[in-house]
Ligand binder design. Structure first.
Ligand SMILES: [Zn+2]
Length: 261
């Protein structure tokens, strides 16, 4: 069964079509409250429509994207966002200490890889499994653990896009930091150290050769912005390069990451 309901977004002042499928009703049925919040992302806010196990609408809410996620709830990423994944078929993240579930299904798989770390339970179903995929999964689990208080639905989705894109390559140990930054990106900004910036001129040419799409001037221009804003429109390749460049600058103390809450 599949149906489309139209929900009014008071911020955009338009009615948004939301596809309700079997998978969403199963999520609602499995959740302790008997409903799941389907999340439609609109630039700087998200419209959440609560759906019960019969597929009926049970109210809606607008969230600011940077607001902390409400505990005790289940959130579902709509099917339309899942279709862009080529290897990930489904995922489910359960943050036990917040009693919070975020999940998304391109299909309901028979088998999902499951990992448990401290208060985190992560399940992902991949179309193709390999050693690299397992390594990515483990790195992802550890980065979720590091970023757990800062994870938002959108940053989780961005991190999943990266894993989906790179899952056939060998992950380096650096990827844990990279994924942690992506997951926390709504709460992270950076500042340039003026002194180190001066010395940077000496190594600029050599360093920037490794990052053809990045320059210190661009990084200076974006100083103080949320990392999420900087990454928002970039594809996985560009996101990887941007963050690797920032990490290289951080290592040389040219920038310092700052957490904001
Ligand atoms: Zn809206």
């Amino acid at each position: 069964m599949k149906k489309v309901i139209h929900v009014y977004c008071p911020v955009c002042r338009i009615r948004v079509p939301i596809e309700i499928n079997e998978s969403i009703m199963i999520s609602a049925k499995n959740s302790p409250m008997g409903m799941t919040g389907v999340v439609d992302i609109h630039r700087d806010h998200a419209l959440v429509i609560y759906i019960d196990s019969q597929g009926h609408e049970r109210g809606s809410r607008v969230y600011s994207l940077i607001a902390p996620l409400e505990a005790g709830k289940t959130f579902t990423i709509p099917f339309k966002y899942m279709t862009s994944f080529k290897n990930i078929k489904a995922f489910k993240l359960f943050l036990k200490d917040k009693d919070l579930v975020i999940e998304g299904y391109k299909e309901r798989p028979n088998i999902m890889i499951k990992g448990v770390l401290d208060t985190i339970e992560l399940e992902i179903a991949f179309s193709k499994l390999s050693n690299q995929v397992y390594e990515w999964f483990n790195i992802f689990l550890r980065s979720i653990d590091k970023a757990r208080d800062k994870i938002k639905i959108e940053t989780l989705y961005k991190a999943l896009q990266l894993i989906d894109f790179f899952s056939e390559t060998e992950p380096s140990e650096k990827m844990k930091n990279l994924l942690t930054l992506v997951l926390s990106s709504m709460n992270i900004t950076y500042k340039i150290d003026k002194r180190a910036r001066k010395y940077y001129e000496l190594i600029k040419t050599i360093l920037e050769k490794n990052y053809p799409g990045s320059t210190i001037e661009e990084v200076e221009k974006l100083q103080g912005k949320l990392l999420y804003e900087i990454l928002r429109l970039k594809d996985p390749l560009a996101i990887k390069e941007s963050i690797e460049f920032l990490l290289a600058l951080e290592k040389r103390e040219v920038i310092h990451f700052k957490e904001i809450s």
